[in-house]
Design a protein around this ligand. Sequence first.
Ligand code: NAI
Length: 790
Amino acid sequence: MSVIEKFTTMEYGPAPEDPKESLQWLDRHKHRFGHFIGGAWKAPAEGQYFDTLDPSTGEKIAEVAQGSVADVHAAVKAARNALKEWQALMPHARAKFLYALARQVQKHSRRLAVLETIDNGKPIRESRDIDIPLVVRHFYYHAGWAQLLEQEFPGYQACGVVGQIIPWNFPLLMLAWKIAPALATGNTVVLKPAEYTPLTALAFAEICDEVGLPKGVVNIVTGDGSTGEAIVKHSGVDKIAFTGSTEVGRAIRRATANSHKKLSLELGGKSPFLVFEDADLDSAVEGLVDGIWFNQGQVCCAGSRLLMQESIAEKLTRKLQMRMSTLRVGAPLDKAIDIGAIVARVQLDRIERLVKQGIAEGASCWQPEGVMPARGLYYKPTLLSNVHPSSIVAQEEIFGPVLAAMTFRTPKEAVELANNTAYGLAASVWSESVNVALQTAAQIKAGVVWVNSTNLFDAACGFGGYRESGFGREGGKEGLREYLELAWFRKAPALPKTSSKKSDQADVASPTVDRTVKLYIGGKQARPDSGYSLEIRGKNGKRLGESPLGNRKDIRNAVEAAHKAAGWAKTTAHNRAQVLYYVAENLSQRAGEISDRLAAAIGKKQAVQEVQFSIERLFSYAAWTDKFDGSVHNPPFRNISVAMNEPLGAVGVICPAEVPLLGFFSLVLPLVAAGNTVVVVPSETYPLITGDLYQVFDTSDVPGGVINMVPGRTSELLKVLAEHDDLAAVWCYGDDELCAAAKALSTGNLKQIFTNEGRTIDFFDPQQGEGPFYLLHAYQVKNIWVPYGE
Ligand code: NAI
């Protein structure tokens, strides 16, 4: 072809990356890998290996060990043995190791990029220019945290041995997201890469060896889901960090419920990509290329739902189709390829099945012309238009290069459509109007929102989901906290098993007698649906009154009321503080009568103290309300990322039995201060407190529905709260059994569960009873990325 011809056709010639160095590395290992345990390569205990394939050719690259329970056990043991030495290091010494890892990854970046590409199928352009540089950035950034840890996190300690399970879409990057913060905070690690893409994790193991990382600090065990399960279930593991599908996330939540393992889950998404009529459409098209065709769409935060304002839908679709026609699908090692291979046959089958189903449900499918490679696992960039919001392709994660397009008319409709998903990982918002963009960003329920940009990541900016996209963050300060625990909390003694059996207090048919308290729902007193009450007796057996026996229906009504009161989140922090001060004032005016009544249940001394401390706690949270701010990050791009603390939504609360008043306030106040609304089950020891509290709330301008109270049998009502799909979280204080039940029952919508882990908390000690320990659970962080410059 002549230069003139080339100029007119603009055809690319082949430009393959040289795989020599990676192939030599594979040769050196004879294309067969054991596990990396205790700083050495170990053959699998059961002698089983499996193949890892190049999805662009179907050819075998290497054999990798299948991890068994015994292998996992050996790795956990090695990690446990290494813990003491690793934690004894000065922060600076740990920082140096992280720094050395960053340097060494940088040094081997070409080998790692090629390995990633042949194992996963992603274009070399992406592994070389995006994945590996971000890996390096992660280790550098966390080297800094290792250095600063003691200054910035006083009172915290490492979790211990951490089990980490990662997916195949960004194999080395997900490893870095997991290992860097774990090591920086003084944990040791057992990591399992995904079965389709184990190679870069094994190459990283060798790098750990090269930099002289103490043996056993990082252990890599390869294998499939059963190996992951063995890590999750191992009693020697203190924390699990998982990235992968929501289904496996649910299984892990269930499997860890009966333990004190800390858990962070980064799960799937169905992220909206909103284009308003005033957007720069050409930039939005480029954004879509990065949003849905980056990594063949196998990205948890892929902008897989295109929401276009009706007035520009046709124009944008045309521009998009033109751009799609220029995307090159082909051999991922070719430097001029945009779309590489799909990771595995099952994944390709899944994409094909879902697209077919979407078409059957009414979507029209458009794909560009163009020749596809003759072999390997490929899928054309695909645009599905006229997608109904309830169609499977608008609801389920396809995890492929498939964009589902819909239209909207007004910004309100755009937000409704954007939030019409069980997920909440990310969103992109395109508008030249800063008001429209930021107003929309604030309303979208997602952990990351990119304004006029997409798929930007940085180690300094927390990443993670709302709702069924999981909980916990990776990156930033919030990501580090996932690997730390407060030392006092860790050491707190176990709470004696609380007996909340029916025999304690008898059910009686209401009404009658002295003091009959009601439920408090939507700012109004309400009778229990059951018509039953509990007779409450004091310390000396004296009858104190009757408390309603709330049931499932009452909780349902209370949750509805809590949702109706969602405007509480939008009132200013200043106003919320004023309400709390007002509650304090009214509580102090009634201090005498309330403590007299409380005294009959728990004794005079404690009653007086509880009232006094409750007033202080109210002052404390009134103070926090307008001070627990987010932060602004400066990632190394022309962007700022605004990390906002947002409330979770409607939250269920199970109050501690032994401190009826102070326990109530210690759990409810941080939530309410943060802008959440609550459905509270007051202490079963003295539920009559409900009557005193609603009188105080009624006279203190607490808007109806912000605090709802449903007394009843704790364990029965916990079940209803934990299973309720419209609650964003449950805070549960009780013995081990109750806390485990809260976790196990919450898997339906994967709500966040915050418990005392069955431990005794001294609510009279402000260090244990109030402050950031609680507030950090009352908020979730949303990072809004805003570009600046020209
Ligand atoms: P997966 O969730 O099964 O695999 C992720 C990791 O979990 C792998 O390392 C796997 O071996 C491990 N694993 C599987 N079962 C486990 C168990 N019971 N206990 C502990 N670990 C276990 O994801 P899969 O099957 O590879 O992909 C299926 C779908 O999941 C994709 O189509 C996509 O929709 C979604 N996905 C989402 C990811 C994300 O980044 N959010 C990543 C990978 C997949």
